[in-house]
Design a protein around this ligand. Structure first.
Ligand SMILES: NC(=O)c1ccc[n+]([C@@H]2O[C@H](COP(=O)([O-])OP(=O)(O)OC[C@H]3O[C@@H](n4cnc5c(N)ncnc54)[C@H](OP(=O)(O)O)[C@@H]3O)[C@@H](O)[C@H]2O)c1
Length: 324
């Protein structure tokens, strides 16, 4: 298929392009940066596949340029992976990035969706997020309501995701698929050994909040790409939760992550103390209330077979990462 990828040079875009090309698809990748385009073409893409990769240059805020690029490419499918998130994952950096990230998704995304529709694109997949199911017991599924009453930033994000998904899935002229990804880990992410969270954990700056009972769902970046390829090829319109088989409470994943990194144990902070800090209510949500998600639908319909989190094993023995 001819597939137009927006956000092609980001953490998920890079493995996604490589996997789409390996499956024989023709790719047009949007970027604002010819330099990034060159790097993308050189990294992770087999030389023999490069003839099926072409780049288009446009900023998603430039509706006319996006329209021209998609009309020119005439793709059957558009995959949108737009974000503008910082390389650091701290309350301050995320809060500073939030407004522009929302604008990219709402305004930039609207331009891409409108251009796709005008060009007669059959299928449109967009990045969505699995973090904001309403707190409760058991795993959330695609029908679980989102946490509109949660802490301020979480509730705002839940509303934005709902709006983005509504625009896409309510569009009768296009087959819309929203992929709600779990926490990315692996190359290019905050949780890679060279990523920002690993660095914070080494410096004991990433605490367990309260009892650490918040449950996180994880997704290796290569598995995120694999699920996305499957959804483009054979998914049904609607929402898919994409995460691995084993959601983990913070106190479990963070403790074992620190061991795996040969870092000191993570510090702990009480809920009361966390709430004193600006944005603390959101930290309490992620640390104590977040709910894991079920990947049953993705397994059933996309034959999704995610890998296990590399720093957690079923025996009590935590592997130590090879530093070479
Ligand atoms: N579910 C999750 O856990 C999740 C989800 C998303 C991101 N993250 C994390 O966030 C961090 C950064 O992620 P990332 O590398 O994907 O983000 P990024 O570096 O901000 O890249 C996002 C993509 O969006 C494109 N883009 C941004 N603004 C654009 C604009 N105005 N016009 C056209 N394209 C635009 C960029 O293209 P060009 O720069 O080439 O133009 C790039 O390909 C990583 O640690 C990642 O793991 C996590």
């Amino acid at each position: 298929m001819k597939i137009f990828v927006v956000g092609a040079t980001g953490a998920i875009g890079r493995p996604l392009i490589a996997q789409l090309l390996a499956k024989g698809h023709d790719i047009v990748a949007l970027t604002r940066s010819p330099e990034k385009a060159r790097t993308l073409a050189e990294q992770g893409v087999e030389p023999t596949m490069r003839q099926n990769l072409r780049f288009a240059n446009a900023d998603v805020f430039d509706a006319a340029a996006v329209q021209a690029a998609i009309t020119d490419a005439q793709p059957e499918v558009v995959i949108e992976q737009l974000t503008t998130l910082p390389k650091t994952y701290t309350r301050e950096s995320m809060s500073a990035a939030a407004a522009f990230n929302t604008r990219i998704r709402l305004e930039g995304g609207a331009n891409v969706l409108a251009a796709a529709q005008a060009a007669g694109v059959r299928r449109y997949l967009r990045q969505s997020i699995a973090f904001w199911a309403v707190p409760g017991t058991g795993l959330a599924d695609e029908e679980t309501p989102l946490a509109f009453d949660a802490s301020p930033a979480v509730a705002a994000d839940a509303r934005i995701v709902t709006e983005l998904e509504r625009r896409l899935l309510g569009n009768p002229n296009i087959e819309g698929i929203a992929l709600r990804y779990g926490f990315f880990y692996g190359p290019g992410t905050w949780f890679n050994p060279d990523g920002d969270v690993a660095q914070q954990v080494r410096q004991q700056q990433f605490p367990i909040v309260g009892n650490g009972e918040g449950v996180w769902s994880w997704l290796h970046i290569e598995d995120a790409a694999t699920a996305t390829v499957a959804a483009a090829e054979q998914g049904n319109p609607g929402i898919y939760l994409i995460a691995n088989d084993r959601p983990l409470a913070v106190r479990e994943w963070l403790t074992t992550f620190a061991q795996w990194l040969n870092a000191p144990p993570p510090p702990q902070i009480s809920v009361e103390d966390a709430l004193q800090i600006e944005g603390g209510a959101d930290a309490v949500y992620y640390g104590t209330q977040m709910r894991g998600v079920s990947n049953a639908k993705a397994k059933r319909e996309l034959n999704f077979q995610p890998r296990s989190l590399e720093w957690v094993v079923d025996t009590a023995v935590v592997p130590t990462r090879n530093n070479n």
